[in-house]
Design a binder for this molecule. Sequence first.
Ligand code: NAD
Length: 505
Amino acid sequence: MDERPGSTARPARRRARELEFGGAWRYAPAPEGTEHVAIAERYGLFVGGGFVAPRSRRWLPTSDPATGRQLAEVAWAGERDVDRAVRAAAAAFPAWRRHSGDDRGRFLFRIARLLLERAREFAVLETLDNGKPIRETRDIDVPLAAQHFFHHAGWADKLDLVFPGARPEPLGVVGQVIPWNFPLLMAAWKVAPALAAGNTVVLKPAETSPLTALRLCELFQQAGLPPGVVNVVTGDGATGRALVRHPGLAKVAFTGSTEVGKEIQRAVAGRGTALTLELGGKGAHIVCEDAALDQAVEGVVRGIFMNQGHVCCAGSRLLVQESVHKVFVAKLLARIERIRVGDPLDKNTDMGAIHSAAQLARIRELCAAGRAGGATMHQSRCALPGRGYWWAPTVFTGVASSHRIAREEIFGPVLAVLTFRTPEEAVAKANNTSYGLSAGVWTDKGARILWFAERLEAGVVWNNTFNRFDPAAPFGGYKESGFGREGGRQGLAAYLRFPNGLAPG
Ligand code: NAD
């Protein structure tokens, strides 16, 4: 009989797990079939290979944004808890780095396979804790997270080949802080390369979406990962602050807002701690007059409405060539009426719940600023559920580059439409931002794509597509979108040192 928490376990076994986590299982509804996803009432910190109660004795609630219903309580890690986790990671480091690359790869392969075996359970849990539609967690978040473990499993024994002559070495204990918008995927982006390179980890998930990172710890146990190689401390900004300031860290890897990224940069300055920052964005999505307009509409919808717009690289500024502006906007406004907003666990839903009350308040405030600034707001007339946090797909036309909705990251399903006459004007407008994470170009001409790609100040430039991710492709930003890359050889290099000084070629 399958005894995993995602299955219908016998009561005796269930009792054992209750003791392990210090709480009783409750069952959340699953979208289809009879399988259920178990959620403990309380989760401890994952330190030294097991779940432990926090020394702080504090707990934080985590809720389902679609209903407001509390799902569980997770431990709040204070300074002493963070210190305990860093010590566990430091104690595990010497043995972990001595494992052959082949061995480390095997652990990563096992984690990837287990994640795929339990894919449905992870997809449901992520949807419940985050609010994003099950179609996305099932088809994007979970498979991509597994792909990151597979990809880095393949690198673990090839570090000398990928950086020839550079004698790569792991850094030590890495502190990793992640946001709430892709909780499982961001955990995979951080943990997989760190372990492949031979580091040990203390990971801090976001306070409002910690459940899949904690569930990942069960996979680490199942895969037989040595205790202390990955530790997970849950908590809020104060926990993150305690972690990034801990003197035992060789590296800090942060994904989150630009504001917090700047604070972290100041906190680690002068300590010799390696740092990578993946921060906010205000991506420009450029549609030229020669583009396949119907396909471009689909790309623009994916670019801004995927994950309710809670995407750092969202195409939140649409730049349309003037000659096709009218027809394109008409198609787009007709298309947003067909976006199905509602129950995230329904597999037909396109757009789920806004992640939190705070995020909804920010979206409201910026939409109000857009209208006050003279832009025209168009919203889908879809019916929104009565409970939870919701915002209809929104498009602003008549937007000027100086408007707040064209400059500030809204992090919601809100698109600001601007126009351009020439490609030069499109590039100037696209680069007129303090961010530089992503951009997209729709055109029929290959030469024009290359022309744009050379000039756009963005870490990622998608051509005739948007919001596609691959572990082999480095991802990261320019300007206030951060520095360092995740994915590809560059992402791996960010978790290594090269003692003979040879920069990786
Ligand atoms: P946030 O910066 O508020 O929080 C991110 C994480 O940092 C959370 O775990 C939080 O608890 C922690 N934190 C908060 N204050 C801290 C501090 N002073 N020191 C250390 N840790 C601290 O961001 P958020 O609201 O969770 O996420 C949204 C932001 O993340 C957006 O700006 C988005 O663009 C960005 N993001 C960027 C990428 C990328 O790859 N560039 C990916 C996803 C999200």
